[in-house]
Design a protein around this ligand. Structure first.
Ligand code: ZN
Length: 415
């Protein structure tokens, strides 16, 4: 191993307690979204950067949702690597979720750190922050530039975080993006499915519940429509051959990282009816029914194709109107990108299984880079308890992800 790289690995070993303590305090700096106020978590990050005299600035178009951006140049010109992680987390429902340790406690038990957002994704964001700090120390040995973006407003697909930076600060685009969202040390995610959220409203005249002959029922029409919409899951994406090959070879890793059966839906459209409201009273024929659908599109399938199919189905439902709530296009890069090779080589060198390049079911900010043609790679801890009680990361897995990001960022910027 290169002597600088060996030095980086040594620092991580020596700083073990500091790296663990940083994450525990990060969890304690509550940042649930909603409401999305991340000022405590941002202060935790900026204190760390200030204490080490690292360059950064705060970009806060929404004052309670600050974004931290730091950047520095290496000793010689070269490529630009961007690190990205979010600092907001899901909320914790302390009355209904059964937490063994408080969700904002950062408790250590059985070699794990517990807390809301520790897996999604304060562990991964910590990996980005330590990567930025360690590589700054050896910056004379780097070619190119390293940028850190620790952002707010991710959990609700909001506009004030990475989306704002990408639209208004082209200096965060770079040549390649590395992100530590929960995924699994067994995988490297080079793409993800895209959510299309739709609201369907059915209106009929409505009537007294005994007078069903006077009007069609809005809830019955909606029920039939929901069953017909299932047809969307038969749409076939057109996937580039290298992506199909990568996924075919990674079926077991996809299931291991995202649950049994994930391999069967990763390249298919899925339909979830997340919300349904209809009717006012048991003895009235409903005049209105509203439902919301979360359609997930695989890479290789566009929104227009899906909407065209929906419009054909709606041809049989003149009482129903359609409205789009949210859309983010599916995104995928090259499963054989240089950074994928670097991550795989480092995992093997650290004595771990070779991680498989796969697509993600869920969405991350990495899509914003991919949608601009910049490779966006996600490599983070297992999503243990994500959005549930007892969310946690294993300490050794967290330290492994820190090593992976530090060493891989070094490789990318020193070749
Ligand atoms: Zn996340």
């Amino acid at each position: 191993m290169d002597s600088v790289k060996r030095q980086l690995a040594k620092w991580i070993d020596e700083d073990r307690e500091t790296i663990i303590a940083f994450l525990r305090d990060f969890v304690r700096a509550k940042s649930p979204n909603p409401p999305g106020d991340t000022t405590l978590a941002a202060a935790h990050v900026t204190r760390f950067l200030e204490a080490r005299a690292l360059p950064f600035r705060v970009i806060a178009p929404q004052p309670t949702m600050p974004n931290i951006v730091g950047t520095f140049e290496g000793g010689r010109p070269g490529r630009h690597l961007v690190l990205n992680g979010h600092i907001d987390v899901f909320p914790a429902d302390e009355t209904n979720e059964r937490w063994t340790h408080g969700p904002w406690s950062g408790t250590i038990a059985d070699g794990k750190i517990y807390g809301r957002g520790v897996a999604d994704m304060k562990a991964g964001t910590s990996a980005s922050i330590f990567t930025f700090a360690y590589l700054h120390r050896i910056r004379e040995h780097l070619k190119g530039r390293l940028t850190l973006t620790a952002v707010s407003d991710e959990e609700t697909f909001g506009p004030w975080g990475a989306r704002y930076l990408m639209e208004h600060h082209a200096e965060v685009h770079g040549d390649c993006l590395l992100n530590g969202e929960p995924s699994s040390p067994l995988t490297i995610r080079f793409g993800e499915k895209g959510p299309l959220w739709l609201r369907f409203t059915t209106r009929t005249k409505g009537a007294h519940g005994a007078y069903t002959h006077l009007t069609p029922s809005a809830t019955k029409i909606a029920a039939r429509l929901i069953l017909d919409l299932e047809e969307l899951t038969t749409l076939q994406p057109s996937v580039p051959v290298e992506i199909a090959d990568a996924l075919a070879g990674a079926a077991a890793a996809i299931d291991e990282a995202q649950g049994p059966g994930a391999k069967d839906i990763v390249q298919r459209v899925t339909l979830n009816i997340g919300v349904i409201h209809g009717g006012l009273k048991v003895n009235m024929v409903p005049g209105t029914c509203v439902f919301e659908a979360d359609v997930r599109l695989p890479p290789g399938l566009g929104k227009d194709e899906v909407l065209a199919k929906i419009q054909r189905i709606l041809g049989g439902y003149p009482e129903t109107t359609l409205e789009e709530i949210n859309y983010s296009a599916p995104s995928a890069g090259d499963p054989n990108h240089e950074m994928v090779g670097i991550l795989r080589a480092n995992a093997r060198a650290l004595g771990r299984p070779d991680p498989a390049p796969i697509l993600s079911l869920g969405g991350t900010d990495a899509r914003l880079w991919r949608q601009r043609g910049i490779p966006g790679l996600v490599h983070g801890p297992f999503p243990r308890g994500m959005a549930q009680a007892d969310e946690h990361v294993e300490i050794e897995e967290y330290l492994h992800i820190v090593r992976m990001h530090v060493l891989s960022a070094f490789d990318y910027l020193s070749r």
